[in-house]
Design a protein around this ligand. Structure first.
Ligand code: TYD
Length: 134
């Protein structure tokens, strides 16, 4: 895995079940400014299709699974998000797409900044042009 990094979380399980705690500037390597989650994704729908100029994110599939595709302008990587005990850190200038959401998938995203549409590159050809400079 070159374009993204896998984070393995400690599960505080006991006979009651499991619990994972995520702290900013600890296992999550940035100050968490925003949390959002994607759920009730309709069958066959894919999401993402953008890059971020500065934003860092950790994605965790807390229930179900989906496939994350990453592209940095020269290399492609595919990672399955399928465990509440593992996260994927995305911090480079990469194009991301999420596909194959399972029924009842809940994808949790921790982000280093508030929502800012100016940080998005949603046009693929613009991304390809900019990727050459990064
Ligand atoms: P969108 O960027 O299309 O989601 P994705 O890239 O994951 O498929 O976001 C859907 C809508 O939600 C869009 O109108 C922007 C808005 N939004 C916020 O207001 N705040 C947020 O933190 C995010 C991620 C999206």
């Amino acid at each position: 895995m070159k374009l993204v990094k896998q984070l393995v979380f400690k599960s505080l399980g006991d006979d009651r079940g499991c619990l994972v705690a995520l702290e900013g500037n600890e296992i999550i390597p940035f100050d968490i400014q925003r949390v959002y989650y994607i759920y009730s994704t309709a069958e066959g729908v894919s999401r993402g299709f953008h890059a971020h100029k500065k934003l860092k994110q950790v994605m965790v599939c807390v229930h179900g699974k989906c496939r994350l595709n990453i592209y940095d302008g020269s290399e492609h990587e595919t990672v399955w998000l399928d465990s509440p005990e593992r996260g994927i850190l995305i911090e480079g200038f990469v194009w991301r797409e999420m596909h194959d959401f399972s029924e009842n998938c809940v994808l949790l995203v921790l982000a280093s900044d508030h929502y800012d549409e100016d940080d998005y590159i949603r046009d693929y050809s613009e991304f390809e042009k900019l990727a050459k400079r990064y």
